[in-house]
Design a protein around this ligand. Structure first.
Ligand code: BGC
Length: 774
């Protein structure tokens, strides 16, 4: 049955308000002052000085592209730089800032950026791990700790959060995001922005321990074809608006100060010179008021896209609204000539310069360019409080994928063999994009087991390396120049022999293997996402001893685990857990921490199933094993190995009494959850909705709300979420949002494979003031 497609005057009014969400968070009086200040400053600026503000070179050691910035200090003194990135510490930053303030004619302060992605000095789990906590408060806190440490190091701008929806685990950058779901991704996106900037952008200038966030990579970078980094993106407006754009929009609504354009093209138009994207969606539809920066040399790379050379690509980008040129310096080189040829370009240069200066003003840089630059502030680095917060985040990020015969938690007096390179190796613990984090300061599993505070008795634990982390020499050679520390493989037979001897004397074998940190992250796509073959072989050999194997995994993406699953009694997915990896893992293995993480990206059975995600759309021939002509494979089922939202606990939970009713502008969903075990635990209660009467095909189900609850042994709780009716609407194939009244199926459970359902007819009752979340 087709429902009425409700568009028209009500929604027009509704949208007019919803679209200016960012405008609403700016105080008009403060903004009038900011504009007056910047207009007056710009009236004194020469064309060259304006162009200088658009230039963002890198000074420091973190290089993520083939080009390096040169002579930056001299350029700063000549007024040819608006900001720099990759430099931190009060001394280094002060030196650069002083140049800008003291040596340039107008003394305009610099922006000081850096990729503070999952912590600055105290490193939290990689973002994919953080998302597995489903703990928005903790995620916000991680960004707030990062902001404290980064600002104490002189930074005022981070290139985070990365909110690219990712459904292809071959893509290495899935490690940097929050997985596959637009709703969860949006909530995490706003939590990160609030953590970095604070909830009120108007207070940014008064809070020296907050910095500007930068939502990236706008847009759809996670949609790269075949999971290959930097690859092309081709996507319908329908999919783009409903599935991929929401987390960027959530950041805008949360007040994010800056946006970074992505490297990829979208349906034939690179994001960096994409006027529809920047002027259309970002500025006009979403009312974004901050500034837009390109990704690393992205303007220059338009040449490789075949969009023309130097001057042409600079012209296209400035016109589209890419305002700050990261590293490429094409604006510095060409904008003056472009203006000489066509004075219309002044308009675009002015627009860019104004937005950059407004950002500096809102940060408070014009009143205090040395914001946060006090050596005393350094005491916040790796403080006890920060380490505790990072450890809590790590503990909550672990996902228990399997726990046969309750092999976990380990009994305190069990004889345990700890085997595998990740038991002692520290290099990988903080993952990729670990900014100013020092991996040597992180705590390994073995460190934690043997530390003075450890409750594990030395006589009960034995160690053997067991296998090389990597043996593929070609891969090692590829990783080493950037992600060093991967030694040449040792004699694998000898390693295995030692491990077998140690394992024989134990009751339980804990194996810690996985990826190296450089095997995920930027430019780290893999076509084969299994564990390396020799790691699998070691697990199989250990299995012949007939003792339970607990697999502790460290990796930056969902892996294909089908070949090890039968050999392991338990699997604990630990991602790259950050500075406090060791204590967090040991606490979890021995039951001081009860795992509560849930995966935010589907784990496939094999690579051929990719892309595989829980919220795929309906088909006309759904899977039926007894029918040939239905949507399926001949060689693998349609099921994932582990579905979105999945994760076990040492406790067991039971769901009952799902109710759904409309109340005002929301649908109120309630369910009861009981901890039916003897162990206190936490559970992520997940609510999903399916639209059963829609004009367009809709996802089979989609997450609409969740709550992480703590339940003592035997305790039950009633969990209620309010789903705004606006959340049940969606965008049509032209990108117009609408809501269709009709029957929805709501369900609840501890993963996306929910079993408790309730159908409800939802009528349109919301008022025009409701802003759609999506
Ligand atoms: C990455 C961005 C990063 C930038 C600056 C690029 O290669 O794509 O995510 O912010 O480098 O380091």
């Amino acid at each position: 049955m087709k429902k009425t497609h409700i568009l028209g005057s009500i929604l027009f009014a509704f949208f007019a308000i919803g679209n200016s969400a960012q405008a609403q968070i700016y105080n008009p009086f403060a903004e009038a002052k900011a504009n007056a200040f910047v207009d007056s400053l710009m009236s004194k600026m020469t064309l060259d000085e304006k162009i200088g503000q658009l230039n963002l070179p890198s000074v420091g050691f973190d290089v993520t592209g083939p080009v390096l910035s040169k002579d930056v200090e001299a350029k700063i003194a000549r007024g040819e730089v608006g900001g720099v990135f990759n430099t931190f510490t009060p001394i280094a930053v002060r030196k650069l800032q002083e140049r800008a303030i003291k040596e340039t004619r107008l003394g305009i302060p610099l922006l000081l950026g850096y990729d503070v992605i999952h912590g600055h000095r105290t490193i939290f789990p990689i973002p994919l791990g953080l998302s597995a906590t489903w703990n928005l408060g903790l995620i916000e806190q991680s960004a707030s700790v990062a902001a404290k440490e980064a600002t104490a190091d002189g930074l005022n701008w981070t290139f985070s959060p990365m909110v690219d929806i990712a459904r292809d685990p071959r893509w290495g950058r899935v490690s940097e995001g929050a997985g596959e779901d637009p709703y969860l991704g949006s909530r995490i996106s706003e939590a990160m922005v609030w953590g970095y900037q604070g909830k009120n952008i108007e207070n940014l200038s008064k809070q020296n321990d907050k910095l500007m966030a930068c939502v990236k990579h706008f847009a759809l970078y996670g949609g790269a074809e075949a999971g290959r980094d930097y690859n092309t993106v081709d996507m319908s407006l329908y999919k783009m608006y409903n599935d991929y754009l929401p987390p960027y929009k959530a950041a805008i609504n949360a007040g994010v100060a800056t946006v970074m354009t992505s490297f990829n093209d979208i349906n034939g138009m690179p994001a960096t010179c994409n006027e529809d994207l920047i002027q259309g969606i970002l500025r006009k539809e979403w009312g974004f008021k901050g500034m837009v920066v390109t990704d690393y040399t992205a303007i220059n790379e338009l040449e490789n896209h075949g969009m023309g050379i130097g001057k042409t690509v600079a012209a296209r980008s400035i016109k589209a609204g890419a305002e700050m040129d990261m590293v490429g310096e094409l604006y510095l080189l060409h904008l003056e000539y472009l203006f000489a040829e066509n004075p219309e370009y002044l308009k675009y240069i002015d627009r860019a310069c104004k937005n950059i200066l407004l950002s500096k003003y809102r940060l408070g840089l014009f009143s205090d360019p040395y914001r946060g630059l006090d050596e005393k502030n350094q005491s916040v680095m790796l403080s006890v409080e920060h380490l505790q917060s990072a450890q809590k985040a790590a503990e909550e990020s672990f996902v228990l994928l399997k726990n046969e015969n309750q092999v976990l938690p380990l009994k305190p007096m069990s004889k345990v063999a700890f085997i595998g390179p990740h038991i002692k190796r520290k290099r990988d613990l903080i993952g990729s994009w670990s900014g100013a984090g020092d991996w040597k300061k992180s705590v390994s599993i073995w460190d934690a087991l043997t530390s003075t505070g450890s409750t594990v008795k030395a006589e009960n634990i034995k160690y053997a390396e067991g296998c090389n982390l990597l043996e593929d020499l070609e891969l090692i050679a590829k990783l080493n120049p950037h992600d060093g520390q991967i030694e040449s493989p040792k004699d694998s037979k000898k390693l295995l022999k030692e491990a077998m001897a140690v394992a024989k004397k134990s009751e339980v074998i804990v194996v810690a293997v996985g990826e190296t940190f450089g095997m995920s992250g930027e430019a780290a796509s893999r076509s084969n996402i299994h564990l390396p073959v020799h790691q699998v072989e070691m697990i199989k050999s250990l299995h012949t001893l007939g003792k339970p194997i607990v697999l502790v995994l460290m990796n930056g993406r969902p892996l294909v685990l089908t070949d090890v699953l039968p050999y392991c009694s338990a699997i604990l997915e630990c991602w790259f857990p950050g500075t406090q990896a060791g204590p967090a893992i040991v606490n979890t293995l021995y039951g001081k921490n009860n795992p509560s993480g849930k995966i935010t990206m589907t784990f496939p059975q094999n690579e051929g199933q990719i892309p595989i995600y829980y919220n795929s759309r309906t088909t006309g021939r759904p899977f039926d094993n007894n029918q040939k002509y239905t949507s399926k494979y001949l060689d693998v089922s349609n099921e994932p190995l582990f579905p979105f939202g999945f994760g076990l606990s040492y406790s067991n939970f039971e769901y009952s009494n799902l109710t759904a009713e409309t109340k005002g502008t929301s649908v109120v969903l309630t369910a009861e959850i009981k901890n039916i075990s003897q162990i206190d635990g936490q559970e992520v209660v997940q609510f999903y909705a399916s639209d059963l009467e829609a004009t367009y095909t809709r996802p089979k189900k989609q997450l609409v709300g969740f709550e992480k609850v703590t339940l003592k042994a035997g305790e039950s709780k009633k969990v209620t979420v309010n789903v705004e009716q606006s959340q049940l609407g969606y965008y049509d194939q032209k990108g117009e949002w609408f809501f269709e009244p009709g029957i929805f199926r709501f369900s609840v459970g501890g993963s996306s494979q929910t079993t408790l359902n309730k159908e409800l007819k939802v009528l349109m009752t919301f008022k025009p003031h409701v802003t759609p979340e999506f």
